[in-house]
Structure formats: structure tokens, C-alpha cells
Design a protein around this ligand. Structure first.
Ligand SMILES: C[S@@+](CC[C@H](N)C(=O)[O-])C[C@H]1O[C@@H](n2cnc3c(N)ncnc32)[C@H](O)[C@@H]1O
Ligand SMILES: [Zn+2]
Length: 222
């Protein structure tokens, strides 16, 4: 069942005890559209915690990053954009190589700092539909993505090809909104999970109550 969630999380860490203090809100993405500062009471130690735009962004990003821990070896960051996930992964020692794949040439500029300074990172300007031309059978340990799946047109081809290329796991966060015109495929999170399962992946699907319309898929080879 699809759980429609219209909220995103605003939060900060308590500066006395480190507890996560947050609220869910349903307005604009705050760090782009809103100036705000709110006070919450830490429900662990009672301290007053201020959540402002800067802290809320860090808190939100950390929440996303927490789904991309424990990875190792060779990783594809599918639809890497300006490297939101890749930049986080660069700090994980067990990761040998990150291939940031994106069809948009414009990413070159946004990624120029890590392309120059990080040997571990390589940008590949390609469409996902050509992925098997670049990567060999079982040559990748993990495929990660955020906010990309809904832009894939030929999803059957995607599932077939990444199942051949990726050896260990998939971590995918994205949003699903029925009848949204930006989406290039109509697969619901549940259907996506089934497509992975059918191809031999052991799949866990979670709806994220803090990520607008969001879900997380954790798929591992059996
Ligand atoms: C919403 S952005 C997400 C960027 C990044 N993953 C992040 O978390 O900030 C979606 C990205 O997917 C890329 N993309 C969409 N369809 C693609 C495809 N078929 N092959 C490769 N990249 C694609 C877009 O160019 C864009 O950079
Ligand atoms: Zn506290």
C-alpha cells in the first residue's frame, strides 16, 4: 500500500545530550524557500534546542546519509547530479571507487572540485540505458541513487542490466507521486520492490515519513 506522506523533517541535535530533536512540516523545502528558527524542548534532557535553516539542512542531509552507510568496494552513484551522495561516500574508507553516472553534461562543472581532487571519484557522462556498455558483469559492489528512479524510462532494461552488473547491493531513496508529470515511469515503490525480488534480490521497502513522498529500497543479492 502506498502511504502518502507530505512532510519533511526539520531538526537539530540537542547540544546537551546529543538527542535528535525534530518536527515534521508540510511547507516548502525550508533551506531554499524559508527563513525560520524554532525552539523545541529536548524530550530526553529537557534542554531547549534551536532549529534554524542551517542546522535543519545538516540534520536532513545526515538523515539521508544514514541510509548509505556500510558500503564498500566499487560503487555507482546513479544520477549523481552535483555529487550529493558521492561526496558523503568519499569519506568511507572501505569504498575503493565511486563512479558518478549522469546523463547531464552540466554535472561536469558542479563536480569539478572532486573530479580534480579525488582519485576515488570518476564522473561518467552517460545515460543509464547504456550502462552495460561501460560496466562488466558483476563488476560493481553497490548501486546507489537518490531521486533518480522516477526519471528512468525503460525500467525493464534497468532492472535486467543492473542485476547483471551489481554484485552485492542497491540503496535507493526516491519519491513517488501518482500522476506526477515529471515522472518517466509509473512504478509504485511496491512494484519496484517486486521487480527487484523477481530478479533474485532480497528486498526491504520502507516508506519514509520524514522525506516528502519518499521511500527507501534496500536490496541485496540472496
Ligand atoms: C533530482 S537529481 C538527483 C541528483 C543527486 N542524486 C542528488 O541526490 O542530489 C536527478 C539526476 O538524475 C539524472 N538522470 C535522470 N535520468 C537519467 C538517466 N536516464 N541516466 C543518467 N542520469 C539520469 C539527472 O540528470 C539528474 O542529475
Ligand atoms: Zn537533550
Amino acid at each position: 500500500m502506498i502511504k502518502k506522506n507530505e512532510f519533511i523533517i526539520w531538526g537539530n541535535y540537542c547540544n546537551k545530550c546529543g538527542n535528535e530533536c525534530s518536527i515534521l512540516q508540510n511547507e516548502h523545502h525550508p533551506w531554499n524557500d524559508t527563513t525560520f528558527s524554532i525552539k523545541l524542548k529536548c524530550n530526553f534532557c529537557g534542554n531547549e534546542v534551536i532549529v534554524d535553516k542551517k542546522h535543519a539542512e545538516v540534520f536532513y542531509n545526515n538523515k539521508i546519509y544514514s541510509y548509505y552507510n556500510g558500503l564498500y568496494g566499487k560503487v555507482i552513484d546513479l544520477g549523481c547530479g552535483s555529487g550529493f551522495l558521492s561526496r558523503y561516500l568519499l569519506n568511507q574508507n572501505k569504498i575503493e571507487k565511486i563512479y558518478g553516472l549522469d546523463e547531464d553534461k552540466g554535472c561536469l562543472d558542479e563536480l569539478s572540485d572532486i573530479i580534480k581532487s579525488e582519485k576515488k571519484f570518476e564522473f561518467i557522462n552517460y545515460d543509464i540505458s547504456n550502462i552495460s556498455k561501460i560496466f562488466n558483469f558483476k563488476s560493481i559492489d553497490f548501486l546507489i541513487s537518490r531521486d533518480v528512479f522516477m526519471f528512468i524510462e525503460d525500467t525493464d532494461r534497468y532492472f535486467e542490466e543492473i542485476t547483471k552488473i551489481v554484485n552485492n547491493g542497491i540503496r535507493q531513496i526516491a519519491w513517488y507521486l501518482k500522476d506526477n508529470s515529471r515522472m518517466k515511469n509509473k512504478l509504485t515503490p511496491h512494484q519496484i520492490a517486486n521487480e527487484y525480488s523477481k530478479r533474485g534480490w532480497n528486498v526491504e521497502l520502507k516508506y519514509l515519513d520524514w522525506y516528502k513522498y519518499g521511500y527507501f529500497i534496500n536490496a541485496n543479492k540472496l
